[in-house]
Ligand binder design. Structure first.
Ligand SMILES: O=C(O)c1[nH]c(=O)[nH]c(=O)c1Cl
Length: 312
C-alpha cells in the first residue's frame, strides 16, 4: 500500500521518521537515519551553545516493554553543528530533513531561526516548546501567553512553513486555548503531538531506587503507555486546526499504532522509545506492518482513512 505523505509542502516517501532526540544527536546517528527505511529524519533539539545535558543514568526503558523514562537535559552539539549538517545535506536524496530547535530563551530561538533563514535551505524547522527536563526551565508548551508571544516573533522570521513540538494536554479547555493561539499563524504548518509525558517517576521495586539520576528520578515518559494520550492530542488538534497538519508521536511499537495515529488525524508519524530500543530497523518493520494492515482493510493510501476515527 502507499504510505507516502506530504508534510509542510514536502514529499516524504513514507510517513515514518524518528522522534527528535532519538538516533539524531551526532552525524553518526543521523547517518543511521539516512541509511534506514525511514521516510524522513529530524535532528536532536538544538540550543545556541553545545550542552552535555544531565548526569547519567538519564534514560531507561521500563520493564515489560511498556515504555521509557528520560531526563536527558537537552544534550546536543549546539545549533551551528546542525546548521552545518543542514548545509551539507543531500536534498536530492528524496528523504527530507527536519531540524529541531529548542532555544533556552526567545533571544536564542531568534538567533537560531535567523541563521537557518539566512542559509536559505530546504530543511523544515520544528520548534520544540516542550522539553520537560531542563531544571528551572518550565516548558513553554504550558504557558499559552509566552508561546503566543514566541510565535508572534518567530513565525515572521521563519517566513515559510514550520512546525512546533508540543507537550501533551489533558484538559479540553487547554486544547481550545492552544488551538486558538496556533490558528493565528498561517505559516505554522504542523504541530507535533506529543512530547514525553512530563515528570513521571520510575522506581525499581527490588532496589527501591529511582531509575534515573537527574531531578530526583523525575523524567519524561514515552512508549506504549502514552499511546492513548498521544492519540487524543493528535485528534484534538486535527479537529481544531483546519488547514494545518499533525505529526503523531507517542506509543508507536508496530504498524497498528502508526495506523491508529493516522486514523486520529496524523499526516506523519515519529517513533522514539521503540527506535531507541530496537534501532533503525524499526522503520522497515513498522512500514511493512502498516502496509499489510492497509491492504487487509482495503485502504490504498493514507488519505483513505486519515482522521476518519468513528465516534459512537
Ligand atoms: O531531556 C531532553 O533532552 C528531552 N527529553 C524529552 O523527552 N523531550 C524533549 O523535548 C527533550 Cl529536549
Amino acid at each position: 500500500a502507499d504510505i507516502s505523505t506530504t508534510l509542510a509542502g514536502v514529499k516524504l516517501p513514507n510517513l515514518l521518521f524518528n522522534a527528535s532526540g532519538v538516533c539524531c544527536q551526532t552525524e553518526a546517528d543521523l547517518k543511521l537515519m539516512v541509511e534506514s527505511e525511514s521516510g524522513s529524519l529530524i535532528t536532536k533539539s538544538a540550543t545556541y551553545e553545545q550542552r552535555d545535558g544531565n548526569p547519567s543514568p538519564r534514560y531507561n526503558p521500563l520493564p515489560g516493554g511498556i515504555g521509557s523514562i528520560n531526563s536527558m537535559g537537552l544534550p546536543n552539539e549546539g545549533y551551528e553543528y546542525y546548521l552545518n549538517y543542514a548545509k551539507n545535506y543531500d536534498y536530492s536524496s528524496k528523504k527530507p530533513l527536519f531540524i529541531s530547535l529548542s532555544g533556552l530563551s526567545l533571544a536564542d530561538n531568534v538567533k537560531m531561526c535567523e541563521a537557518f533563514v539566512a542559509a536559505d535551505l530546504p530543511c523544515v524547522l520544528e520548534i520544540n516548546y516542550s522539553c520537560p527536563n531542563v531544571p528551572g526551565k518550565p516548558q513553554m508548551g504550558y504557558d499559552f501567553e509566552a508561546m503566543e508571544h514566541s510565535l508572534s516573533v518567530l513565525a515572521p522570521i521563519i517566513n515559510k512553513p514550520f512546525g512546533i513540538k508540543l507537550p501533551p494536554y489533558f484538559d479540553i479547555a487547554h486544547f481550545d486555548q492552544a488551538a486558538a493561539v496556533f490558528n493565528k499563524f498561517d505559516n505554522l504548518a504542523f504541530v507535533t503531538c506529543i512530547n514525553s509525558v512530563g515528570n513521571g517517576l520510575a522506581i525499581d521495586f527490588e532496589t527501591e531506587e529511582a531509575l534515573i539520576k537527574p531531578k530526583d528520578g523525575f523524567g519524561g515518559l514515552g512508549g506504549l503507555m502514552i499511546l492513548n494520550t498521544a492519540l487524543a492530542n493528535v485528534n484534538a488538534f486535527h479537529r481544531r486546526l483546519p488547514g494545518k497538519q499533525i505529526i503523531g508521536v507517542g506509543g508507536v511499537v508496530s504498524g497498528k499504532e502508526a495506523f491508529l495515529h493516522v486514523l486520529a488525524g496524523a499526516s506523519a508519524v515519529q517513533i522514539g522509545t521503540t527506535l531507541k530500543e530496537e534501532g533503525p530497523a524499526v522503520f522497515a518493520r513498522v512500514a511493512k506492518e502498516l502496509s499489510d494492515i492497509m491492504i487487509a482493510k482495503g485502504y490504498k493510501t493514507l488519505e483513505d482513512f486519515r482522521g476518519k476515527v468513528k465516534t459512537l
